[in-house]
Design a protein around this ligand. Structure first.
Ligand code: NOJ
Ligand code: NOJ
Length: 610
């Protein structure tokens, strides 16, 4: 993309995010996909931040930097931190920071990294750090203690995904003259995860859905990527990762065995069909905007990824009522895998949006390469959406290229529109939506659903993550004989980031207020306080908070104001309705707006005092 239009796209996105913090409920009934995504992206970023400790409005009790999977505490209880969900979310936040420059997200990333350094040392039912086994533990309590109940463990994708998220930030620091931080703070944490991946990639694991014990495509692809990026980072820091270099080619070779000839088999060690969104998620995790349509790494524009996209999405066409009457070539609701029964075995928002994301990724790759090819393997995919498709190589100037890419784009938008159709009007994204009625099911406010909304809508706008230089390593023609390695593991020494040293901190800070207050219909919550922007203690001039994230178990009212850094003020929450004004009891709340380098966001959370 030319620099100017990238800048425009980033600016639009950034403006969107900034507006998000202050605007409230926006009517979105039958909004166009563009306008829905503009609103929903803002909601999704808030949805993520609400679920991260210590300040997230729906993550009360979670330690700093801990990403809670969902605020739902029963049926299902997801009030834990999963290494996978947290790492995918952190990757989304750090990529968004790099795209938009929102420093608040950089601080979230730093808190995440600090929390993971600690979590690596927590002994748990999978083991501990001494031989690395503890790194494979799938989930922890939100206060960073071990979860000791029975579970599908270990899950060996976690350390790989976490390494990838941290490597992205380390690379950014290096490119921005802060190599020392990358080296002294982040590298020791990454090193443990890389050592784990290198040592255990060939051992049995539970899959990302926590059900199948065996080998799993998503896990293997994530492991491969982490070692390639890990080795490159080691070089940049003047270190080396011999285990990355010796194991990566072996993993890449093993990765090829998931290809059946017509689709990607999700797991070895299961008697299911093997058709699974696992593999769509694997391809989008492997997405490298600079890569060609490489089959070996299952790039989104590869014939393998596209053939698999068809097989997986087709497997849901006839089994869900919500997909009835939708013809071949039109987008459908997508679940984890067709045999799924968990919480009713419904379509998932994140799987449906992953189907879109893979196609946006592919469109970007074709555009960059300047051509598109249709092979015997991908022909079925292309025929569904453009019936005149034929095997061949099409330059971007050709009319076939234009027609086919327009059809792919419309198809991708179709999956996003399915997600839109089944998203309630307040914008909340649960885990699943009912296969028969389309209404939200299972965990509410699923962090991963919000991250999936953000990544897919960013890709749609051609906002891409940095390359991971996947193409420099072609697969070996014959698999090398296995040469296992044993890692060394140590607690990361320094785990906090120094406050940036500079002479001019931001002049204003976006201050977010979260009020947890149960209200009834007709009531509104306001901020009223000592400064002019809070009405100088006049409730009639207070700031009305938003209730679009309110639910009965998390009664959240929120709002944000841009305030001068360093200002001190007092305020209270106030409820207003037709009958008048109710002030919360007790002392005024006192706040000092932060005045620190690199800090342009802060959050204040309070429970209503009656
Ligand atoms: C909980 C896991 O999170 C979910 O993925 C799985 O399907 C169910 N347990 C049933 O095993
Ligand atoms: C169940 C999903 O199957 C799994 O992938 C996820 O990590 C957990 N829920 C938490 O969201």
């Amino acid at each position: 993309m030319p620099k100017l239009s990238l800048l425009v796209a980033v600016t639009q996105f950034l403006v969107g995010l900034a507006v998000a913090r202050v605007t409230g409920l926006i009517k979105r009934e039958s909004a166009s996909l563009d306008s829905w995504l503009a609103t929903e992206s803002r909601y999704a970023l808030d949805g993520i931040l609400n679920n991260i400790g210590a300040n997230g409005g729906k993550a009360q009790g979670a330690s700093s930097g801990i990403v809670v999977a969902s605020p739902s505490k029963n049926n299902p209880d997801y009030f834990y931190t999963w290494t996978r969900d947290a790492a995918l979310t952190a990757k989304c936040l750090i990529d968004t920071f790099i795209m938009t420059g929102d420093e608040g997200l950089q601080l979230e990333m730093q808190n995440y990294i600090t929390s993971q350094a600690r979590l690596q040392t927590v002994s748990n039912p999978s083991g501990d750090l001494s031989n690395g086994e503890g790194l494979g533990e799938p989930k922890f309590n939100v206060d960073m203690t071990a979860f000791t109940g029975s579970w599908g463990r270990p899950q060996r994708d976690g350390p790989a995904l976490r390494a990838t998220a941290m490597i992205t930030y380390a690379n950014w620091l290096i490119e921005n003259g802060q190599t020392e931080k990358a080296d002294s703070i982040i590298w020791p944490i990454i090193q443990n995860d890389l050592a784990y991946v290198a040592q255990y990639w060939n051992s049995t694991t539970f899959d990302l859905w926590e059900e199948v014990e065996g080998s799993s495509f998503f896990t293997t692809v994530a492991q491969y990527r982490s070692l390639i990026e890990g080795s490159a980072l080691a070089d940049k820091l003047g270190h080396s990762c011999p285990a990355c270099d010796s194991q990566a080619p072996q993993i890449l070779c093993m990765l090829q065995s998931y290809w059946t000839g017509s689709f990607i088999l999700a797991n070895f060690g299961s008697d299911r069909s093997g058709k699974d969104a696992n593999c769509i998620l694997g391809s989008i995790h492997s997405f490298d905007p600079s890569a060609d349509c490489n089959d070996a790494t299952f790039q989104p524009c590869s014939a393998r990824a596209l053939a698999n996209h068809k097989v997986v999405t087709d497997s849901f066409r006839s089994i869900y009522d919500v997909n009835k009457g939708i013809s071949q070539g039109q987008a459908v609701a997508v679940g984890r895998y067709p045999e799924d029964v968990y919480q009713g075995g419904n379509p998932w928002y994140l799987c449906t949006m992953a189907a879109a994301e893979l196609l946006y990724d592919a469109l970007y790759q074709w555009e960059r390469i300047g051509s598109l090819s249709i092979s015997d393997i991908s022909l079925g995919f292309f025929r569904d959406i453009y019936s005149a498709s034929a095997v061949g190589e099409y330059e971007s100037s050709s009319s076939v290229y234009k027609d086919v890419t327009a059809a792919v784009r419309a198809y991708a938008d179709g999956f996003m529109s399915v997600a839109q159709k089944y998203t309630p009007s307040n914008g909340a994204l649960a885990e699943q939506f009912s296969r028969s009625t389309g209404s939200p099911v299972s965990a509410s406010d699923l962090t991963w659903s919000y991250a999936a909304l953000l990544t897919s809508s960013q890709r749609r706008s051609k906002l891409n993550p940095p390359s991971w230089n996947s193409t420099s390593n072609p697969p070996p023609s014959t698999c090398p004989s296995p040469s296992p390695v044993t890692g060394t593991y140590k607690p990361a020494p320094t785990t906090t980031f120094p406050t940036p040293d500079c002479s001019d901190p931001p002049e204003t800070v976006s201050v977010r207020f979260n009020a947890l207050v149960s209200t009834t219909v007709g009531q509104n919550v306001y901020l009223v306080g000592s400064v002019p922007e809070l009405g100088k203690w006049d409730p009639a001039d207070g700031v009305k908070l938003n209730a679009n994230e309110y639910s009965s178990f998390v009664p959240l009212w929120y709002g944000a104001l841009e305030m001068a850094s360093g200002t001190g003020f007092e305020f209270k929450f106030v409820i207003r309705d037709g009958n008048g004004v109710v002030w919360e009891t007790g002392e005024n709340r006192k706040v000092e707006v932060l005045q620190e380098c690199g800090v342009s966001n802060m959050t204040i959370t309070g429970n209503w005092r009656s």
